[in-house]
Design a protein around this ligand. Structure first.
Ligand code: GDP
Length: 304
């Protein structure tokens, strides 16, 4: 009830309970799930150093100017630090830390029973219950995307820079496919126009190479997170994608994918892991002495 009323400290506590899967987490998580499903979840992806964090800070500013309530989840798959310690140097984000309309939380992977992606879903539902209309999910790790942001977010911003021009050519096909909006950040540096046209070219090539023409053609937006240039256009483009998701029905399809992923994690955690936890040395001995076989033992573990 307190989270629904917008109580930030209750939300903070609820997040810890859900993320750490404390004993009371399941009944709480059910309530949070019921109250969620309407916010735009914006994933910010791209190589380290591209300016994701600085840009996230700018986006928060753009949304706050429209009086929207914003949630930010900074996800670090490689770190075990939690509670905001590694957010300390994300200055542009932390500028908003005292704004009651902004809720910022960092999530690190280690020690989470169901895994990081599952925890992100739980955290999103809490933020939505809190009334966040925009939830920005930023990966702050090493750039090895352990977190499958595509199965968590509705709109994915893929951030590059002019100096990454050559890398754009070799950009992983995966990045090309998941990006809904491509951002050439650091547009204050030289090479911006070339980077934008290279990226547009690469996106066009992807489509003519047999890919079905998507209803939404991923636009390329140039920004400088440092000066703020282009940020308003980026926020506008992100809004246009949100409208597209709602009008075309694609948003509902994405929600289904997200829920399927969340469900898969739950089942994995409660069924697969539970069963495997019951594998004893005695059972392994029985396998070695051929008293049983993997299929029979497996069926027994799953009570099939
Ligand atoms: P992340 O690792 O992708 O989150 O990147 P950060 O946001 O931490 O930014 C990496 C560095 O690039 C920092 O020193 C930023 O100040 C700088 N930076 C971010 N955006 C811009 C920009 O638009 N222009 C310039 N010149 N530098 C930027």
């Amino acid at each position: 009830k307190r989270v629904r009323r917008g109580d930030l400290s209750a939300a903070s506590r609820a997040l810890s309970i859900v993320v750490n899967e404390d004993a009371s987490s399941e009944s709480l998580a059910k309530e949070f799930f019921k109250a969620s499903g309407s916010a735009q979840k914006i994933g910010v992806s791209g190589p380290p150093g591209a300016g994701k964090s600085t840009l996230t800070g700018r986006l928060i500013g753009a949304y706050r100017a429209r009086k929207l309530k914003v949630g930010v989840l900074a996800v670090d798959p490689s770190s075990s630090i939690s509670g905001g310690a590694f957010l300390g140097d994300r200055l542009r984000i932390m500028e908003h830390a005292t704004d009651p309309g902004v809720f910022i939380r960092s999530l690190a992977s280690r020690g989470m029973i169901g895994g990081l992606t599952y925890a992100i879903f739980g955290a999103i539902h809490v933020l939505e219950t809190l009334g966040c209309e925009k939830i920005i999910i930023e990966t702050v790790g090493t750039g090895q995307d352990e977190v499958d942001i595509a199965s968590v977010a509705d709109t994915i911003l893929y951030v590059t820079t002019p100096s990454m021009g050559d890398e754009i050519q070799a950009m992983k096909a995966g990045a090309m496919e998941i990006g809904d909006i491509f951002v050439v950040n650091k547009a204050d540096l030289s090479g911006r126009d070339k980077a934008v046209s290279d990226l547009k070219g690469a996106l066009g090539l992807g489509q003519s190479a047999g890919q079905a023409l998507k209803a939404w053609e991923p636009p390329v937006v140039a920004t400088s997170a440092l000066s703020g240039e282009g940020v308003a256009e980026l926020a506008k483009t992100s809004e246009a994608h949100w409208v597209h998701l709602k009008k075309s029905g694609e948003g509902r399809e994405r929600l289904k994918i997200q829920h399927a992923t969340e469900l898969r994690f739950w089942v994995h955690c409660h069924v697969v892991k539970n069963a495997l936890d019951r594998v004893t040395d005695k059972l392994l001995e029985d396998l070695v002495s051929r008293k049983t076989d993997p299929a029979s033992a497996g069926r027994k573990l799953l009570s099939l």
